[in-house]
Structure formats: structure tokens, C-alpha cells
Design a protein around this ligand. Structure first.
Ligand code: MN
Length: 289
């Protein structure tokens, strides 16, 4: 058996706020307790929340990003996306949108048309993945990854992980990344257990969106929006679900580069940040419509 990764702590979300009028989010990191999980910059958990039927789409109007990637995973509800590079798409339950903002994307993220008119339960995450300095000003890229394109790796008897990015037990995820990044969607029914293999030397964390799970037989994550960062050494984590649990597993190689970030821009230096604001202001990142 491989050496287990030590659980460094179990922490709650930093706080909650609305993103636009469509996303009631809890920021799981960064927080006072989890500051650096490079290459991951931020994780927002939207919902679960119920929205009544409406004739006006809710969401976030046109806004820019530069220097990193936004990864949106839908569990319930749908989001329509339009951006300045001409990409459009709808993220439905099970789907993942992996958007590389790189040199600059202006986009809007609105609840889907059908979801808006019918209403319903809404639950998503948005993860920000940093880009290495060499790729921050490269061309934007858009990957709309459908549920059906995401393969499963077996963790144990009737316990599986969906491999969105990276590799797990020989199963390769469909998302293209610029540096080694692993993103796994794990749903465990009550009583299921599994051994999750993770690479040594990377930053990694187990995120419990909701449920009750025991890590390595001793650390319990129970409730909603909790994160357990793991030690870099070791190669596996034992998961045991005490009730139905929804987890997100993140692991990746630290970039070891300076981070200068403000709002929707994540660069390496203050002068690059200033340039980003200026480029957006004068329209160099384009517009959605
Ligand atoms: Mn955005």
C-alpha cells in the first residue's frame, strides 16, 4: 500500500457573497487558512440555491479576465456563456467549461434560458487556475466539455471519480491544461469507500461541497463548503462516505512564480496589472456583443 497523504487541516469557507445577481457563492479558498494552493487561485461554490421562474435572466454581465483560466462545473442548473472571442455555450448539469482567458477575454455568464423561465435548483463551482508567465499573454482558448466526454476511474466497490483534467489510475481527463493539473469530481453514496491515488510533490486538497466524509480513517469533513489541504508527500487518500457526499479533488504542480492579482486579472507584476486595466478600458480585450 502506498503512503497516505497527511491531512493538514479542515477549514470552512472564507465568506459568502453574490456574483452578479445569479450566483450566491461561498469562497472556499483563498482564505485565512488556505492562502496558497498554486496553481489553483480561487474556488467559489455557488448554491445550492433555488431560483423561482423569471422572465429576466440572472447572472453576471460583461466583464473581463486575463492571465488565468476559469473552470465552471455544473451540478444543477445551467449557464449560458458568450465571449469576446466569439465562443458561446451552455453549461448543463455534468458539463464543464474550461475557459483560458490568457491575453484577455470579455464574457458574460447568465442563467440558461430554460432554467430562467422554469426556475429550479442551482449548484455550480467556479475554479480559477493560474497560467505560467509564459502563457499569460497567449491566445484565449475555450473548451466546452460535455458530461458524456468525462471518463470515470474506479476508487473502490461502487465508488468512482469523474476525471475532468489530469490522470487518475490510468484514466485520462479530457481537459487540456498548460501545466500538470488534476481535477476530479467525486460523488459517493452512503457507506461507499475508496482509495484515491494522488501524485507526490503536488499541491492538493479535498473539497467537500456537501455531505460527510472521513479521510484516512480519522479526519472528518461534515457539512458544506469545507476544504482539507493535503501534504505534498504521500500518494493516496482513503475516502469513506458517512452520508451521500459531493467532493471536488484538486491537485497540481505549484508554479513558483510571483502573483500580482486584482479583481479579474492575475499577472506576475504590478505593471502588468496596470496594463491589463488599461487594455480592458480602451477595448483591446473586445466586447461580447
Ligand atoms: Mn467570469
Amino acid at each position: 500500500m502506498s503512503e497516505r497523504k497527511k491531512v493538514l487541516g479542515v477549514y470552512g469557507a472564507a465568506g459568502s457573497h453574490w456574483v452578479g445577481d445569479g450566483f450566491p457563492v461561498r469562497t472556499i479558498f483563498p482564505s485565512r487558512d488556505v492562502e496558497d494552493l498554486s496553481p489553483f487561485l480561487m474556488l467559489d461554490y455557488a448554491g445550492p440555491a433555488h431560483f423561482a421562474p423569471s422572465n429576466r435572466p440572472r447572472g453576471v454581465e460583461e466583464h473581463p479576465h486575463r492571465g488565468f483560466e476559469t473552470v465552471t462545473i455544473s451540478y444543477q442548473g445551467s449557464v449560458d456563456h458568450h465571449d469576446s472571442a466569439g465562443n458561446t455555450g451552455t453549461i448543463n448539469p455534468g458539463d464543464v467549461q474550461w475557459m483560458t482567458a490568457a491575453s484577455g477575454v470579455v464574457h458574460e455568464e447568465m442563467h440558461g434560458k430554460d432554467f430562467t423561465s422554469e426556475g429550479g435548483d442551482f449548484e455550480m463551482v467556479q475554479l480559477w487556475v493560474n497560467l505560467p508567465a509564459a502563457q499569460k499573454m497567449s491566445k484565449p482558448r475555450y473548451q466546452g466539455i460535455l458530461d458524456s466526454a468525462i471518463p470515470r476511474a474506479r476508487l473502490g466497490a461502487k465508488a468512482f471519480a469523474r476525471v475532468i483534467a489530469g490522470e487518475l489510475d490510468g484514466v485520462q481527463g479530457p481537459a487540456k491544461t498548460f501545466t500538470p493539473v488534476n481535477v476530479f469530481d467525486v460523488r459517493l453514496e452512503t457507506g461507499r469507500r475508496g482509495e484515491l491515488k494522488l501524485k507526490a510533490g503536488q499541491n492538493s486538497a479535498i473539497v467537500l461541497l456537501r455531505g460527510d466524509v472521513i479521510l484516512n480513517g480519522s479526519s472528518e469533513l461534515k457539512g458544506e463548503a469545507l476544504i482539507a489541504p493535503l501534504a505534498r508527500s504521500g500518494e493516496s487518500v482513503l475516502l469513506e462516505a458517512k452520508s451521500e457526499s459531493l467532493l471536488l479533488v484538486l491537485s497540481g504542480e505549484s508554479l513558483n512564480e510571483p502573483v500580482a492579482s486584482y479583481g479579474p486579472f492575475v499577472m506576475n507584476t504590478e505593471s502588468e496589472l496596470k496594463q491589463a486595466f488599461e487594455d480592458y478600458r480602451v477595448g483591446r480585450m473586445g466586447h461580447v456583443h
